[in-house]
Design a protein around this ligand. Structure first.
Ligand code: 13P
Length: 265
């Protein structure tokens, strides 16, 4: 299923800072980003930044004080509200800091920290219950792609990570297709391959949650998105945004990605 991008799906450009920038550097980066973007740059896109937990309060303060139209995001959370979970952060704590989006099930969480689809499913539920929007990450390894198992892997992740989630919730959330082989490698999926998988994800949503959810769910592409490739990726009908790692650490580069429209042929 391939649909035209509609006003129902405002593109979302998100910067995942991963474990980079202490809180001083974070303040500088959000201030530089605010300076690099003009008010009209936000007319057609939503923008979020996802600093490390230790930076959230600092970035929130800048966003509020300077009225910056950038949404605050987190990179992970636990599924419980409070309790004896040493080292964890709850959705309620994030919501209290005006966090709007929470990345859930990033491949680095899955591969390096043993997150399972079941854990990701609980996190999706708890983020939604706290009134925030999950950005659910899915994607295949290079081996899986070469073995022709990319779609099966992604379908399994969607099925398991969104088990029990209602259609109106799926409609309001964000799914990020991030092929693992393209993350931090400088290798980007071709825009045709990225479009194909994003359209496939939308077809899965259509089959399970219906046309309302399929039309509204925003599907981002992530994996070595840069100012140079963002315009073409974003021209594809089923790619509704980008989840940007490395290039989001530099305010001017991220601002150029947010402004991809200005560079489209
Ligand atoms: P890079 O843009 O550095 O490849 O990272 C992508 C990513 O993992 C975003 O979540």
């Amino acid at each position: 299923m391939s649909t035209q991008k509609s006003e129902r799906r405002r593109p979302l450009i998100s910067g995942n800072w991963k474990m980079n920038h202490n809180h001083f550097e974070a303040i500088q980066t959000i201030q530089k980003l605010a300076y690099a973007l003009n008010p009209e740059d936000y007319d057609h896109v939503d923008v979020s930044v996802h600093p490390p937990f230790t930076d959230l309060r600092s970035v929130q303060t800048v966003i509020q004080a300077d009225d910056v139209p950038v949404a605050l995001g987190a990179q992970n959370c636990h599924w419980e509200t409070s309790g004896a979970f040493t080292g964890e952060i709850s959705p309620a704590m994030l919501a209290k800091l005006d966090v709007s989006y929470v990345i859930v099930g990033h491949s680095e969480r899955r591969e390096l920290f043993g997150e399972t689809d079941e854990m990701v499913n609980r996190k999706v539920d708890s983020v939604l219950a706290a009134g925030m929007t999950p950005i659910l990450c899915v994607g295949e390894t290079l081996d899986e792609r070469q073995a022709g198992r990319a779609e099966a892997k992604v379908a399994g992740q969607i099925e398991a990570s969104l088990a029990g989630v209602k259609a109106e919730m799926v409609a309001a959330m964000v799914i990020a297709y991030e092929p693992i082989w393209a993350i931090g490698t400088g290798e980007t999926a071709t825009s045709a391959d990225a479009q194909q998988m994003c359209a496939y994800i939308r077809s899965l949503v259509l089959a399970k949650w219906g046309s309302g959810a399929a039309e509204s769910v925003r599907i981002q592409y992530g994996g070595s998105v840069k100012p140079s490739n963002a315009p073409e990726l974003m021209s594809r009908p089923d790619i509704d945004g980008a989840l940007v790692g490395g290039a989001s650490l530099v305010a001017d580069d991220f601002a150029r990605i947010v402004n991809y429209r200005l560079y489209q042929a």
